[in-house]
Design a protein around this ligand. Structure first.
Ligand code: G1P
Length: 291
C-alpha cells in the first residue's frame, strides 16, 4: 500500500531558542534563507507524499502564512520582474498542506493522536522538524522502500555516541539484514548508562494506523509527556515494528550549536555564498575571540 499522507508535528514551544521563538514559531527559524520546516516539507514531497498535516499550536500562524499563496507578494515580484524569486516561493506551494491545532502541549504521542481523523485507516509517515537529513535518496523514501518489502511499520534510526543516547528513543535490536532491524524493545530516553544500544530514533517514522489504538491510552511517559516511542513499543508486541538505519547526514536543528553549524554548512554548499563565507571563516580563524 502506497503511503500518501504525512504528519509534521509543530506544536512545541521552542524554549531552547527563546527569545527568538517568543513571537515566531521555531519551525520558521531560517537556515540561510529557508525556514527549517520547508526542508522537512521538501523531503516529504520528494519522497512521494501527497498530503501533509501540520499539527500546530498557539502562536504558529506564520507557518500557515508561509505555505499560503500571497497575492500582494507575487504581484509585487511580477511587477519588478523578479521571476527567480517567484520560482523560489513557488517551490513550497505544490503540495496539499492541512493544519490542525493541538489544544494542549501533551507531547509527541498526543500530537500524532490529534491527527488521527485525517489519517484514517491507512499507513502514514511522521517527520519531526528538529532533524534535517541530507541524502540523494531522501530519508523518508528509503524508509518507504523498506516498507514496500515488509508492509509493517518502519522507524528511522542512526548510530549516536553512547554518551548521548539518553536524549533519544533507543532500540534494542534483535536481528539485522541490510540495515533493517527486528526490534526487541523501543525505549524512550533511557537514563544515562542504561541504553540497550546506540541506535537512536531520528525523527522519521512510517506507522500502521494500529498505532492509534495505543496512543488512545494516553499514558504519560518520559518527561511527563505522552510519548510516541511508548506506543510503538506496545505496537511491536502485537505487530512487528522494524527499524531501518538510513543513509544520510543528519543536522539537528533543535540544538543551538548544531543549528549554527547547519547554517554554516548549508551556506558553504551554495555557489552564491561559498567563497565569501570561506574567506570570512579564514579571517575569523586568525582572530582569537576567547581572549
Ligand atoms: C523525539 C522522540 C525521540 C527521538 C527524538 C529525535 O524526542 O521522542 O524518540 O529520538 O525526537 O528525533 P525530542 O527530541 O522531541 O525530545
Amino acid at each position: 500500500m502506497k503511503i500518501k499522507k504525512a504528519i509534521i508535528p509543530a506544536a512545541g514551544l521552542g524554549t531552547r531558542f527563546l527569545p527568538a521563538t517568543k513571537a515566531m514559531p521555531k519551525e520558521m527559524l531560517p537556515i540561510v534563507d529557508r525556514p527549517t520546516i520547508e526542508y522537512i516539507v521538501k523531503e516529504a514531497v520528494d519522497s512521494g507524499i501527497e498530503d501533509i498535516i501540520i499539527v500546530t499550536g498557539k502562536g504558529k500562524r506564520a507557518i500557515e502564512d508561509h505555505f499560503d499563496y500571497s497575492f500582494e507578494l507575487e504581484e509585487n515580484l511580477k511587477r519588478k520582474g523578479k521571476y527567480d524569486l517567484l520560482d523560489e516561493i513557488h517551490k513550497s506551494s505544490n503540495v496539499d498542506i492541512h493544519y490542525i491545532r493541538q489544544k494542549e502541549a501533551k507531547g509527541l504521542g498526543h500530537a500524532i493522536w490529534s491527527a488521527r481523523k485525517f489519517i484514517g485507516n491507512e499507513p502514514f509517515a511522521v517527520l519531526l522538524g528538529d532533524d534535517i537529513i541530507k541524502n540523494e535518496t531522501p530519508c523518508l523514501r528509503q524508509l518507504m522502500d523498506r516498507f514496500d518489502e515488509v508492509e509493517q511499520s518502519v522507524i528511522g534510526v542512526q548510530q549516536v555516541p553512547e554518551s548521548e543516547t539518553h536524549r533519544y528513543g533507543v532500540i534494542s535490536p534483535l536481528t539485522e539484514e541490510n540495515k533493517l532491524y527486528q526490534v526487541e524493545r523501543f525505549v524512550e530516553k533511557p537514563p544515562q548508562g542504561t541504553a540497550p544500544s546506540n541506535l537512536a530514533i531520528i525523527g522519521r517514522y512510517l506507522l500502521t494506523p494500529q498505532i492509534f489504538d495505543f496512543l488512545a491510552e494516553q499514558q504519560i511517559g518520559a518527561g511527563g509527556e505522552i510519548q510516541l516511542t511508548d506506543a510503538i513499543e506496545k505496537l511491536n508486541k502485537v505487530q512487528k515494528v522494524y527499524a531501518y538505519e538510513f543513509e544520510g547526514k543528519r543536522y539537528d536543528v533543535g540544538e543551538k550549536f548544531d543549528f549554527i553549524k547547519t547554517t554554516v554548512e548549508f551556506a558553504l554548499q551554495r555557489d552564491d555564498l561559498r567563497d565569501q563565507l570561506m574567506d570570512y571563516l579564514v579571517e575569523l580563524h586568525q582572530k582569537d575571540y576567547r581572549l
